[in-house]
Design a protein around this ligand. Structure first.
Ligand SMILES: [Zn+2]
Length: 259
């Protein structure tokens, strides 16, 4: 079987695949951002890459090298941008990067793109990059590119949430280096997780507003917003399978692919 990784194909093999199959090209987008003392800085990049590879194999698509840096971490959703290791882009850099990559895939002949985002703060900058790419491509005579944008964590069912959080779900913004991301890592990359270093802390309560400049003495001091103590590889497997099945089905539906 040939690789699903564009980066591992020759230009001729890639070109043939595009012309023959019009495959969905998956672009994972993450961040380099602290994820507590127990999980890696690239958590937001590794997870959509792992999901993206499995989805590409399921729908006979291709996966592009990820955008491994994201927009600045915010205290209420990522702990804040002041942590060592957190390495972020200005908004216009992420917009231009997204626009450039999308336009290049369109120039190659790709017409179906799936952006697989996993970093809360990226959202509107990716949408702006998509919008600018579509406008530019239209002025170049390309008007049949379709782009699907997914936040993988939205593909979880209520039943799975109840299984993963028997004591109640703390909410999406607090799920940063929490039970869900840590469980998926324990399932896919246990070599990168240190459960003995998971902080034992209550969910961090933030007021319903942001203050700038950010005061590093306020908010989380460990980098986590809710504890990952309940994380297990078994929960990770349930979540991972649900993400892959749900995103694969949605991609087929959105692009009218045969099941
Ligand atoms: Zn993040």
């Amino acid at each position: 079987m040939t690789s699903v990784h564009i980066a591992e194909l020759s230009w001729t093999a890639y070109d043939e695949k595009l012309k023959r199959d019009n495959p969905v090209i998956i672009l994972p987008v993450g961040s380099l951002e602290q994820h507590g003392p127990h999980s890696p800085l690239a958590t937001d990049t590794i997870i959509p890459q792992e999901i993206g590879i499995a989805v590409a194999e399921t729908i006979d698509g291709l996966i592009a090298p990820p955008i491994a840096y994201g927009y600045k971490s915010m205290p209420r959703t990522g702990g804040g941008n002041h942590f060592p290791g957190t390495t972020s882009l200005d908004g216009d850099t992420l917009v231009r990067l997204t626009r450039d990559i999308l336009c290049e895939f369109a120039r190659h002949g790709a017409r179906r793109l799936l952006i697989l985002d996993s970093h809360y703060e990226n959202e509107m900058f990716l949408i702006e990059g998509i919008d600018l790419a579509l406008k530019d491509l239209k002025s170049w005579g390309i008007d049949d590119l379709r782009i699907m944008k997914v936040r993988y964590f939205e593909f979880v069912s209520e039943a799975t949430l109840a299984t993963v959080f028997p004591d109640g779900f703390p909410g999406w913004p607090l799920e940063h280096a929490g039970v869900m991301t840590t469980s998926v890592l324990l399932h896919r990359r246990p070599d990168l997780v240190h459960m003995d270093k998971v902080p034992n802390q209550k969910p961090v309560i933030y007021p319903p507003y942001d203050l700038f400049p950010v005061d590093p003495k306020k908010g989380t001091q460990t980098g986590i917003l809710a504890t990952a103590k309940g994380a297990t590889p078994e929960k990770g497997e349930i979540l991972f399978k649900e993400y892959v099945a749900g995103i694969s089905a949605a991609t087929r539906e959105a692009f009218g692919l045969n099941a």
